[in-house]
Write a protein that binds this ligand. Structure first.
Ligand code: F0G
Length: 457
């Protein structure tokens, strides 16, 4: 497989430490078999998330020194606004300190009890923000997304038939907007095609419903469009991004992903009245509209990061690095979700550990084993994250997919780190019968995976 070498060289290094198996055994036990509770210093390769974990460039670090920390009207805000508008085009751009605050502000402003928000698949914080505001979060992705073996170039696509049916069933008045998450994180980081976005827009235009994007990984989505969709090979990433957002009425964005920064986000929209309402709330919980919970220097880093992420050499390396890890694992027979998406490899825990039933959290069991055996931190995206009790029947409801996500931070780990990850997982796969199922001993009422405690069965 041709694998492009890193389009950057290393100027500053951050030492990381190898721990012993005994140390890790003790730490993971103390952590209640939950890798969120393990100190990051005791992790060798941290693939918990690609969010806020990017390495900034020399250009971004230089930008930090130009931070203007004025309370109102900082020059970095104007630069941030110009950079965001250049790509996203929306009339109003409201900074927030991260993506979920953008979601919180939006949904707490527009949702009334019983309203419905369709999405391809809601990310967990998006779902939680909809539900917390008494809305119903519906996932309407195409069926192929739930089959880890089918190759579909745009497995994140919205199912237009399901969307039309939802509108017919519930009525336009109950659907204040429709979301499309690019790329579709909870479905494996899978892209959405421009054709699907255009057709979603046409469908919603017939009903007068606004379209918003969850734009966290928009540049990675654009790269897939350029690579896979007819008619986009000769377009630049920026041109593709501009076309995507031209079909939207707004977006929420966690700049911690494709903003290439450690903190930050924003909401973009065209509706003046909505922008006024959100700004009022913003001042209450985040800050003045020209900083929105961020320092001036953070806004500068986002302004620069958003332009850097459009670089095709960078994106080619980025997508190829993830794909290369997927290929190494496949070569060893390890079951993964296919095709490989933009920011992560998803191990198929049901197939990795067929001897553990879903009610004994095979995804979490695999995550724990990966830390204990190799010092690698991944995250479960399965029964622990999404399992819940049906509010009507009280029965346990389990998600279709039981995954372990290896999210790759941007510009952080080298190819040799990826080889280490692949070899460690291949070894674990050979000894998979030794891994045991888990049971919950503590869970919080919402987003339980962050703080849950478990023990081995
Ligand atoms: N939407 C998507 C698709 C996300 O992946 C995330 C975060 C958010 C919204 C919320 O953004 O963290 O800045 O508040 N995803 C991270 C992850 C946490 O690990 O996938 P945030």
């Amino acid at each position: 497989m041709f694998f492009p070498s890193e389009p950057f060289r290393i100027k500053v290094v951050e030492p990381i430490r190898r721990t012993t198996r005994e140390e890790r055994e003790k730490l993971i036990k103390e952590a209640g078999l939950n890798v969120f509770n393990v100190p990051a210093e005791a992790i060798y390769v941290d693939l918990l998330t690609d969010s806020g974990t990017s390495a900034m460039s020399d250009n971004q670090w230089a930008g930090l020194m130009l931070g203007d920390e004025s309370y109102a009207g900082s020059k970095n805000y104007y630069h941030f606004e110009e950079s965001v508008r250049d790509i996203f085009g929306f009339t109003h751009i409201i900074p927030t300190h991260q993506g979920r605050v953008a979601e919180n502000l939006l949904f707490s402003t527009i949702l009334e009890k019983g309203m419905i928000v369709p999405n391809n698949i809601h990310f967990d914080t998006t779902r939680a923000n909809v539900e917390y505001n008494k809305g119903l979060a519906l996932d309407l992705v195409i069926d192929e997304a739930y089959d880890p073996h089918i190759f579909h170039p745009f497995k994140g696509n919205m199912d237009l038939h399901k969307l039309e049916q939802t509108i017919q069933q519930h009525g336009v008045h109950r659907i204040p907007l429709v979301f499309i998450t690019i790329t579709n994180n909870s479905g494996g980081g899978q892209p959405v095609s421009l054709q699907n976005i255009r057709e979603t827009r046409q469908l919603l235009d017939r009903h007068g419903i606004p379209l918003f994007f969850d734009a966290c990984r928009f540049a990675e989505n654009c790269y897939f469009i350029k690579e896979r969709e007819e008619g986009y090979r000769d377009k630049s990433i920026k041109e593709i991004a501009r076309e995507i957002f031209s079909y939207g009425d707004g977006c929420t964005m966690s700049a911690k992903k494709d903003g290439l920064v450690n903190i930050g986000g924003f909401i973009g929209m065209n509706n003046d009245e909505l922008a006024d309402k959100i700004t009022t709330r913003l001042i209450l919980i985040e800050g003045f509209p020209t900083y929105g919970g961020l320092a001036g220097r953070d806004l500068e880093a986002i302004a620069r990061g958003l332009q850097e992420v459009l670089n095709e050499d960078y994106l080619h390396f980025r997508i190829s690095q993830v794909r290369h890890l997927g290929q190494m694992l496949e070569d060893e027979g390890v079951p993964i979700l296919k095709p490989v998406g933009g920011h992560a490899i998803y191990l198929n825990a049901k197939e990795f550990l067929p001897h553990i039933s879903q009610r004994q959290f095979p995804g979490q069991a695999l995550t724990v084993a990966l830390y204990r055996e190799a010092g690698i931190r991944a995250v479960e995206i399965g029964g622990l994250m999404f399992g819940h009790k049906d509010p009507h029947t009280g029965e346990d409801v389990w998600p279709e997919l039981e995954m372990v996500r290896l999210a790759i931070p941007r510009r952080v780990y080298t190819t040799q780190h990826m080889v280490y990850v692949a070899e460690s997982i291949a070894k674990l796969y050979k000894e998979r019968e030794k891994i045991r199922g888990l049971r919950l001993v503590y869970q919080a009422p919402v987003l339980r995976h962050f703080t849950a405690r478990l023990e081995e069965v």
